[in-house]
Structure formats: structure tokens, C-alpha cells
Design a protein around this ligand. Structure first.
Ligand code: SF4
Length: 268
């Protein structure tokens, strides 16, 4: 079934969020065509008044670049004190960090045509913002020219080393090896990189940790937080053990053994 696309006018580009404590979040798209089976962002559906199932629609914020231009130019015109009102913030110095994007994947397939994420990078990086990107898509390499010249940190979500497991849970996304290769190319170009191993799916953690060495500057590990979404799949694969606390601890320990404690962060 083709993914439904709907265009909307957003109210602002840079927004504060509980997830991004020291910066802004920027989401060019709502909904996500990647349709991962464990997706944690499904709750966003209620904000879009959308009947299609999660994974079957994408909301495009078609005015996002104009909004971003406006917010950046207000920032340029403002003195440090008036920046507070320009961005509706309390501190006198506005945060310079932008997370792109905080809810859905900013490099999902429609981005190859619409280039909104690229447009955001074209504005943020030359203006001196520190940009964090998190994606599952090798499409991020299209923007290597911008990312390698600015203050950017790019994360690839890599949840397992097993292509068969990735096919079950992340059918529409590039396989793990392709994502690791993407991370390596970013690192080789001098971009700061990290791997987000979250949710940690069934895997050989020592193998994945070894594969990520040299590709990811840091590794963040998270457990499966929404187990009710996937419990049936785990049962059918006889992999229930991979939902236990002991398993997630095992994954974390394997990464620490390979990469050292200071390079591995536990997210739970
Ligand atoms: S890429 Fe992220 S936001 Fe998109 S479906 Fe997968 S988990 Fe959800």
C-alpha cells in the first residue's frame, strides 16, 4: 500500500521539547514511513487527526524552511537579552543545539524528493548551530558535504547485527550492515558519530560491538521499552529471553568490554 502524504502549515520550526533538555527539536515530517514494529512514536498520531495506520502516512510541514529562516533571522537581529523573547526562552543565552529530528526519521524516503532536512541543514550549520541527527537511513550520506563542514553529530540507529531480525522488526529500513557502513563513511569524513542501539533487539552483542568499532564515536544503548507491542513476535521466534533485564545487561556489558565504559551510555 502506498504511503499517504499530507501537506500542512506548521506554526514554528524550532521547538522546545522535554526530550531535548538543552536545545531545540526540529521535525520536518510527522508520521514515519519506516513503520518499525516497535515504534515508540505512534502516540504522535493523535496530533495529526489522521485515519491511516501509523507507518502508512507522512505529514509534510511544507513551510518549515520559511519558518526556520524567520527564526534564525530573528536570532541574528536580537541582542542576547532580546533573544529570550525571540525564541520564547528563559535563559539569556539561547541554546545552540538542534536535534533533527526528535520524533520521526528526518531521512525517511520522501526526503530524497522534498529535501526539507537538507534545507534545514543548509540554514542551521552555516548559522553556527550544533546539529544532532538521528536516522536509520543511508540517505544521510547525500548531505555529507554539509555535515562534514559544520558542527554536526550524526547517529545511526542500529538495533541488531542480524539481518533476519532487522527484517522482522524494521522491514522497510536498510539492513544493519548498510547502516554500519553509513556510519563508517560519516566517521571517515570527519563527522562526529554515534550508534543508537535502541531498542536492543536479539543480537550477538559482542559481534555488533566489534562491527561498530571505528564507526561510532559513542554508543548509546536502550532496552525494549514498549514490550507489549512486540511480545507476540518474540514468542513466535522463541526469543522471550531477549526481553529480560538480564539480556539487556548482557548487551550493555558486551559493549563496555569492547569499547570501554566511557564510550558506552546506558539509556535506562
Ligand atoms: S524510524 Fe523511528 S520513528 Fe520511524 S517508524 Fe522506526 S522507530 Fe518509528
Amino acid at each position: 500500500m502506498p504511503v499517504k502524504t499530507r501537506f500542512i502549515q506548521a506554526k514554528s520550526a524550532l521547538n522546545r521539547s522535554g526530550i531535548v533538555k538543552d536545545g531545540w527539536c526540529l521535525n520536518p515530517y510527522g508520521g514515519c514511513a519506516h513503520a518499525c514494529r516497535y515504534c515508540y512514536a505512534v502516540f504522535m498520531k493523535r496530533f495529526y487527526n489522521e485515519a491511516a495506520a501509523w507507518g502508512e502516512f507522512v505529514i509534510v510541514k511544507e513551510n518549515i524552511l520559511g519558518l526556520l529562516d524567520h527564526q534564525i533571522s530573528r536570532r541574528r537581529r536580537s541582542s542576547p537579552r532580546s533573544l529570550t523573547s525571540a525564541f520564547s526562552l528563559q535563559p539569556s543565552a539561547p541554546p545552540r543545539r538542534v536535534w533533527l529530528s526528535s520524533v520521526t526519521d528526518c531521512y525517511q524516503p520522501i526526503e530524497s524528493k522534498l529535501r526539507l532536512t537538507r534545507g534545514c541543514l543548509e540554514r542551521l550549520l552555516p548559522a553556527g548551530f550544533e546539529v544532532s541527527v538521528l536516522t536509520k537511513s543511508p540517505l544521510v550520506l547525500r548531505d555529507l558535504d554539509l555535515l562534514s563542514r559544520g558542527d554536526a553529530d550524526v547517529g545511526l540507529t542500529i538495533t541488531t547485527d542480524r539481518a533476519d531480525i532487522a527484517r522482522v522488526f524494521e522491514e522497510r529500513v536498510a539492513p544493519p550492515e548498510k547502516r554500519i557502513e553509513t556510519l563508517k563513511r560519516l566517521a571517515d569524513a570527519g563527522v562526529k558519530t554515534h550508534a543508537f542501539v535502541g531498542p536492543a533487539l536479539p543480537m550477538d552483542p559482542a559481534r555488533l560491538a566489534a562491527m561498530l568499532k571505528g564507526a561510532a564515536g559513542r554508543v548509546l544503548i536502550d532496552r525494549m521499552n514498549y514490550q507489549d507491542k512486540v511480545a507476540g513476535i518474540y514468542r513466535s521466534l522463541r526469543l522471550e529471553r531477549c526481553l529480560t533485564d538480564a539480556y539487556f545487561r548482557e548487551v550493555f556489558d558486551a559493549f563496555v568490554a569492547e569499547s570501554g565504559e566511557k564510550n558506552v551510555q546506558c539509556c535506562w
